[in-house]
Design a protein around this ligand. Structure first.
Ligand SMILES: Cc1cc2nc3c(=O)[nH]c(=O)nc-3n(C[C@H](O)[C@H](O)[C@H](O)COP(=O)(O)O)c2cc1C
Length: 221
């Protein structure tokens, strides 16, 4: 796939087919993604790949915790206050998702069903958990994680797979560490749901919005 096309066409997948991804394919993606850049070639990332029983346990936990009213305590804090423009974009995404699914804002039962689908990773048969050691006290590893995660998403797209980067997959890191045998000294940064996309599902098709470059690029001569 041509690179520009891959970047333009990759999108977050929010419904996966109930089909396992062969381990060889996941391995190949990670083998290519390891050539991602990182600060001083430090390669601070580690990935835990959950499938099968481990993923089933994860999904059960990720569903039960919010249902039981357990407040999330992610290793990477969720933003509380955002600049107005960003907040508007975030709100717009929420609106588009609900409209695409035909859910009215006041229909709490349907919104709850959608949230449930999300914590169950939209049916993905595989979850990659990106982790960084707590010994890394600077912010650069976050950038490095972002770089390799994007490459993973692009490589997956190139192979006909779908991904969704997910903060909703890392809300309960203590329980995740137990399920995936992740040592205490590693921060669980973000999840990547991986699987074969159900391309007919409306949420995998709605028109996405991006700011024009005039809104975020400053030419300095
Ligand atoms: C760090 C990060 C966390 C995200 N977490 C979620 C999530 O929990 N649930 C979700 O549906 N999408 C999540 N997304 C996907 C974004 O909503 C998506 O990338 C954005 O709306 C742009 O759409 P696109 O990926 O389809 O181009 C996340 C993306 C990033 C980069």
């Amino acid at each position: 796939m041509e690179l520009g096309t891959a970047i333009r066409e990759r999108r977050s997948i929010r419904k996966f087919k109930p089909l396992d991804v062969p381990q060889d394919v996941i391995r190949e993606i990670l083998d290519q993604a390891r050539w991602s850049p990182s600060w001083g070639n430090t390669q601070p990332w580690e990935f835990y790949v959950l499938t099968g029983q481990a993923l089933a346990k994860f999904k059960e936990m990720n569903l039960e915790k919010p249902a039981a009213g357990v407040p999330p305590s992610p290793d990477v804090p969720m933003p509380e206050n955002w600049p107005a423009t960003l907040k508007t974009r975030y709100t717009e995404l929420g609106k588009v998702v609900l409209t695409t699914l035909g859910i009215k804002r006041e229909d709490k039962a349907s919104r709850d069903l959608y949230s449930m689908d999300m914590v169950l990773l939209f049916g993905a048969p595989c979850l990659l958990l990106a982790c960084v050691s707590r010994d890394n006290v600077v912010e650069y590893p976050m950038l490095d994680i972002g770089l390799i995660c994007q490459n993973i998403c692009l490589l997956a797209h190139d192979k006909g797979l779908g991904t969704c980067l997910m903060a909703a997959a890392v809300r309960y890191p203590a329980a995740i560490r137990e399920i995936a045998a992740i040592p205490e000294n590693k921060r669980v940064i973000v999840g990547i749901a991986l699987g074969y996309p159900d391309l007919d599902f409306p949420l995998n098709n709605f028109a996405r919005i991006r700011a024009e470059i005039s809104e975020f690029v400053h030419w300095v001569e």
